[in-house]
Design a protein around this ligand. Structure first.
Ligand SMILES: Nc1ncnc2c1ncn2[C@@H]1O[C@H](COP(=O)(O)OP(=O)(O)OP(=O)(O)O)[C@@H](O)[C@H]1O
Ligand SMILES: [Mg+2]
Length: 300
């Protein structure tokens, strides 16, 4: 379970006069996401969706508020050098009643993030990309042997339909295939949470629908198995959000805060043309329209 508790993010920026100025990117966002759910974050450009997603991942610290995953506080990534470790301990010494206790108890969260630009390594083949992710995850205790890594990597490449492409480099793959590769890599570490920032924005409409269905299929499989995955997805595509999600969170324009939470209680598999789905899409459009013009031809 993910719990975001009153998350606020404040940036200092330099304005055109060269003066420092405050910018509130996310304001007081509280949200609980149970295990095995798909939640979409929808909202106008610049309303703080990516910032909020990175805070969920522990890639950015919130100015105020806390993220808990399975009841444990999310902290910034673990330090890798001794100097960083000292700084880290100093920073967190007031959080725990025991000095340095946080460091000792630091929970490990199983989160994989898919960035908008897929972020696969161009100099590695599809198979090597996944292998590398597994190697990073397995540094230290519980190392996976090379053969086991290869087997796992191939399994997930097959899952996303890239079984035949394992020796190709990202530049030899289409945009949709690269996106699948990023998905396979995220899945291969078998995370409990997958965070996706506009994952399907760069592919054509048909490929996007296929990828959405593939994602649902893989996600359904995890629900039968031992790890029901949570997916949190940022998207600009209202239809995508409604089709995929158990809940759509609509952000208000900046500073980003939750404008509406829309549960989608429609059984899967869903039909894209289902009147109920279309109706929810129209309600969301109406909200955006209202925010822009302060009027709408649809009662909200
Ligand atoms: N590191 C930063 N320093 C200063 N301002 C930032 C920083 N990162 C983001 N912002 C500002 O915070 C606000 C929210 O940005 P964010 O990227 O979260 O928006 P977004 O909702 O993801 O937008 P989009 O839909 O266009 O991707 C924007 O006004 C942005 O300029
Ligand atoms: Mg963004």
């Amino acid at each position: 379970m993910i719990e975001a508790k009153s998350i606020t993010k404040f940036f200092s920026v330099v304005n055109e006069k060269g003066l420092a100025e405050g910018l509130t990117a996310v304001l007081n966002v509280s949200l609980t996401i149970p295990d095995g759910k798909i939640v979409s974050l929808l909202g106008p450009s610049g309303c703080g969706k990516s910032t909020f997603l990175e805070i969920l991942a522990g890639l950015q610290a919130p100015t105020d508020g806390e993220i808990h995953i399975d009841g444990k506080l999310v902290l910034e990534p673990l330090p890798s050098t001794r100097k960083e470790m000292e700084a880290y301990k100093r920073r967190y010494r007031f959080i725990s009643p025991l000095a340095n206790g946080v460091f000792r108890d630091r929970p490990k969260h199983d989160i994989a993030m898919i960035f908008q630009d897929y972020a696969v390594f161009p100099w590695m083949t599809a198979l090597q990309n996944i292998n590398f992710a597994l190697k990073l995850r397995n540094a230290g205790a519980g190392k996976m042997a090379r053969a086991a890594r290869n087997e796992r990597a191939r399994y997930y490449l097959n899952q996303v339909g890239l079984g035949e492409q394992e020796n190709k480099y990202p530049s030899q793959l289409s945009g949709g295939m690269r996106q699948r590769l990023a998905l396979a890599r995220a899945l291969s570490v078998e995370p409990k949470i997958i965070l996706m920032d506009e994952p399907f924005a760069a592919v054509d409409a048909l490929t996007r629908e296929k990828l959405q269905d593939d994602l649902l299929k893989i996600w359904e499989k995890t629900r039968e198995g031992s790890f029901p995955v949570i997916i949190v997805m940022v998207t600009h595509d209202t239809a995508e959000a409604v089709y995929l999600s158990d809940e759509v969170i609509v952000f208000s324009p900046s500073p980003g805060s939750i404008r509406n939470r829309i549960p989608i209680d429609i059984k899967r598999p869903r039909a894209r043309s289902d009147p109920e789905i279309i109706d929810i899409q129209e309600r969301i459009f109406a909200m955006f329209q209202y925010d822009l013009n302060q009027e709408s031809d649809y009662s909200i």
